[in-house]
Design a protein around this ligand. Structure first.
Ligand code: FAD
Length: 482
């Protein structure tokens, strides 16, 4: 191959959500793009579980990526359930966003393959899979190309471009080679997580595809997401030191994962008779950072430029958004509308504007994984018994609202007042709580009755006992004022 043939406008290293969509956008904008990935597709990405919301699909619509392919045989999830032990649960309906009122727990191998194929079929993209980039090529302090090898070959090949983009994930080779500085690094205690896919789970009491989040209130959170081809992803996440406590004496990730699952009786109950269909995968000490997103002749997108705890399931959206922002800014530069520095400064500003609030909310949300005290549980129950709070909370992962809109002093005070009043009424009438956690069908078959949980009943009883004391102190205070 001659030098002229191997010169492109842009080389994109990494061909999953950020890289494939970036290559597609740049080529749709008229540039000649080389898309490289050391993987051959279909294949699983680095560790990742699978939830995507309508906001991500809307970005994929913009480049014509076919939903029928990336979400083939994948159920539409319309409800999110959040259980806190058997203490309370909330059921949220996913709000409609540009015609979609659902999320998917996609099969990442299928999803990534569909995006790769879409890019490869776009006029202007040359897609080379099984090609691992091993080094960058420099002219002075400017990156001008990449060197690497095809799978199974020992012959190094070189390709040149005006811009080299690292879309090569959280351990980005491009970022390391250009020594991109890290910033906004969070160094508070990190989380770890483990997951696998299962088949034939015991049904949940709501008979439809779901994402069920389950907190054991002892520092661990679980997710069961109905995914492609009748499988379900079962994830456990917690602060790294909490997870490590379960690993004592259990060397293999399988044993640790099983110990974690057994810690959540309702999760474990759903796995009775189920078959694990993948190996257990995991990530210890999930990193949280931003990297300087551009320099002379290079830029970074996706996890290479920004990585955060996957708690909120926002990684793919952020990856695809960063690709859009970089493509639009760089195309503006190529059309002569912006000089390189202004275009790239614009990219950095757009990236941060879109992702920083979610980043800080995600870091704050990790606190929910910490063990909670009885007062926090009571407050949590009162909040989830409020339909406005649930509706507002459901908008957060869909990027249609912010958690700060939910956690206002007004909302909290009102929720406590209404919740306390409801508890007292319930204690007097014995009526069932709207947030009570009903037994799973398998538990029902074993004779477990539907009832307010032990802790909810304690809450009601507490208020009933407190009521005379409150009235007495109120009366005394009124007498004193007179
Ligand atoms: C445990 C976990 C759970 C997650 N769950 C979710 C979720 O539910 N929803 C969500 O939206 N996000 C989730 N994420 C985040 C999401 O997986 C990532 O944000 C997303 O995959 C980033 O896409 P990317 O294209 O930037 O990088 P990646 O998907 O990491 O792709 C990088 C590509 O670069 C290639 N590459 C790397 N180095 C080279 C090289 N030297 N030469 C050639 N190719 C190379 C790799 O082969 C790979 O194909 C999760 C992440 C983790 C860790």
């Amino acid at each position: 191959m001659s030098l002229s043939e191997s010169h492109y406008a842009v080389i994109v290293v990494g061909g999953r959500p950020s890289g494939a969509t970036l290559a597609t956008r740049l080529a749709q904008g008229g540039l000649r793009v080389l898309l490289l990935d050391r993987a051959t597709f279909p294949s699983l990405p680095a560790v990742s579980s699978p939830i995507i919301y309508a906001c991500t699909m809307a970005l994929l619509d913009e480049i014509g990526a076919p939903e029928a392919e990336y979400a083939h045989n994948t159920p539409k999830i319309r409800k999110l359930v959040s259980e806190s032990r058997d203490y309370y649960r909330a059921i949220a309906t996913i709000p409609e966003d540009r015609g979609r009122a659902y999320a998917y727990a996609i099969d990442r191998a299928r999803f990534d393959h569909a995006l790769w194929r879409h890019a490869a079929n776009t006029h202007g993209v040359t897609a080379l899979e099984g090609f691992g980039v091993t080094d960058l090529l420099w002219e002075g302090d400017r990156v001008i190309g990449v060197e690497g090898m095809r799978h199974g070959s020992r012959k190094a090949e070189r390709f040149y471009a005006d811009l080299i983009v690292g879309a090569d994930g959280r351990w980005s080779l491009v970022a390391r080679k250009v020594d991109a500085p890290l910033y906004n690094v969070d160094d508070s205690p990190t989380t770890s997580l483990y997951y696998a896919y299962w088949r034939n789970l015991q049904p949940y009491d709501l008979d439809e595809p779901l994402m069920v989040a389950h907190s054991t209130l002892d520092g661990l959170g679980y997710l069961i997401m109905d995914s492609a081809d009748g499988t379900a992803a079962v994830v456990c996440e917690g602060h790294a030191e909490t997870i490590e406590r379960f690993s004592q004496g259990a060397g293999a990730p399988e044993a640790l994962y099983e110990a974690l699952l057994q810690n959540a009786p309702r999760v474990w109950a759903r796995l009775q008779g189920a078959e694990r269909v993948t190996s257990v995968r995991g990530l210890k000490h999930v990193p949280n950072y931003y990297r300087q997103p551009y320099g002379k002749g290079w830029a970074l997108v996706g996890d290479a430029v920004h990585h955060k705890d996957p708690l909120g399931g926002q990684g793919v959206y952020d990856a695809v958004f960063s690709a859009k922002a970089l493509a639009e800014q760089y195309l503006a530069h190529k059309r002569g509308q912006l000089d390189y520095e202004s275009a790239m400064q614009g990219y950095k500003a757009r990236l941060e504007e879109e992702t920083l609030p979610v980043y800080y909310n995600t870091l704050a949300a990790r606190a929910n994984l910490a063990p909670s005290d009885p007062f926090q549980r009571l407050l949590g129950r009162y909040l989830v018994e409020s339909p406005e709070v649930i509706e507002a909370l459901a908008r957060v992962p869909a990027r249609m609202g912010d958690i700060t809109q939910v956690m206002t002093t007004r909302h909290i005070v009102l929720s406590i007042a209404k919740g306390a009043a409801r508890d007292v009424r319930r204690a007097l009438t014995g009526e069932l709580s709207p947030s009570a956690v009903p037994p799973l069908p398998i538990e029902r078959a074993q004779g477990v009755q539907e009832t307010n949980s032990y802790q909810q009943r304690l809450g009601c009883l507490g208020w009933l006992l407190a009521l005379p004391a409150i009235m007495m102190f109120g009366g005394l205070a009124a007498l004193r004022r007179k």
